[in-house]
Ligand binder design. Sequence first.
Ligand code: NAD
Ligand code: AHE
Ligand code: ZN
Ligand code: ZN
Length: 379
Amino acid sequence: MATQGQVITCRAAVAWEANKPLVIEEVQVAPPQAGEVRVKILFTALCHTDAYTWSGKDPEGLFPCILGHEAAGIVESVGEGVTEVQPGDHVIPCYQAECRECKFCKSGKTNLCGKVRAATGVGVMMNDRKSRFSINGKPIYHFMGTSTFSQYTVVHDVSVAKIDPKAPLEKVCLLGCGVPTGLGAVWNTAKVEAGSIVAIFGLGTVGLAVAEGAKAASASRIIGIDIDSNKFDRAKDFGVTEFVNPKDHDKPIQQVLVDLTDGGVDYSFECIGNVSVMRAALECCHKGWGTSVIVGVAASGQEISTRPFQLVTGRVWKGTAFGGFKSRSQVPMLVDKYMKKEIKVDEYITHNLTLPEMNKAFDLLHEGSCLRCVLDMQV
Ligand SMILES: NC(=O)c1ccc[n+]([C@@H]2O[C@H](COP(=O)([O-])OP(=O)(O)OC[C@H]3O[C@@H](n4cnc5c(N)ncnc54)[C@H](O)[C@@H]3O)[C@@H](O)[C@H]2O)c1
Ligand SMILES: N[C@@H](CCC(=O)N[C@@H](CSCO)C(=O)NCC(=O)O)C(=O)O
Ligand SMILES: [Zn+2]
Ligand SMILES: [Zn+2]
């Protein structure tokens, strides 16, 4: 292959500073080193976590960087020792790695992986603790080990899932983050049983995927809570059976839900990233067994609180990263489920744009009508 072993110059959306519009730049992407994979990104979506880091509120946010972590593409070349993927393979980059060898991977108790996390958290690759991206010699940081807002990116081999080549990349890119997170929060983290009463705070992509997962788990009532009543109509298609807008009530929302459900819900999910709502989500759970799962990402400096009595009396507070799915093993399975029409993906895509329209895509994220915006990266 002509580009193998060569530096590739391509376009990427570079975040030079927090909160400043991204700039489409020509970037140099170095060849993959040992244990690394260079991927041609065909499609990427935007997730609220990209906007969160761009806002400057992420303690791990480093600038200048190339954001993006919900994408699909084709392997261009691989570094020494890479055996599980080869050029031409269709892949989804995975911000949560899976090495199958570390203490975390071996534990069977978590989907977190420790192999490359220290490097991905500071925007570099493990091998030499350097970035593979540069502009005229100036290094540009990686983000979440994925940096999919570039036409080419370099990822660790433990951070890439090989998928069915027949799967449409412009759709399955969503399986890199938001949709699996919601489904897995229900199936893996909470393990919702049939007949359960579920409350979902926040009806964006993640909350709707929670609803989809809860419906598949045969929850008896799926209560959607959002401050934007326009969210309610669409949410019905994902399985939400009842709606509550906290703005319509004088009582605290946890009390409203306790009253609505004869003592509280069996499971609640916070899909916003608001620490006050996290408290409400815990406190609307049923005494003795109700479990609340934190999915939303809260800004640096934010802390959660409740009366310890809430936990003493049997409520359980949990959190989830990527819905508890083991990325390399289970993303291909989710792609297969999509191909068999067992899970929705297309329904979450409300907008399609191109790489040069990246800033417009960020603007759309703040509009209520937008779930996921997919960017064609090769335009
Ligand atoms: N844990 C993980 O692995 C993981 C993965 C993906 C995303 N996330 C996080 O999940 C969160 C949700 O992501 P999303 O893409 O669905 O976001 P989103 O912005 O599309 O959805 C959030 C929803 O919450 C609603 N909302 C805001 N404030 C509210 C309030 N006080 N009460 C009720 N509703 C309120 C909004 O109207 C919106 O509908 C984000 O914080 C994101 O960073 C976490
Ligand atoms: N860097 C942030 C934390 C961000 C965070 O919690 N990320 C989630 C995924 S959000 C995807 O949209 C996650 O999986 N975290 C686990 C991990 O990063 O290993 C901060 O420091 O606040
Ligand atoms: Zn995400
Ligand atoms: Zn591992």
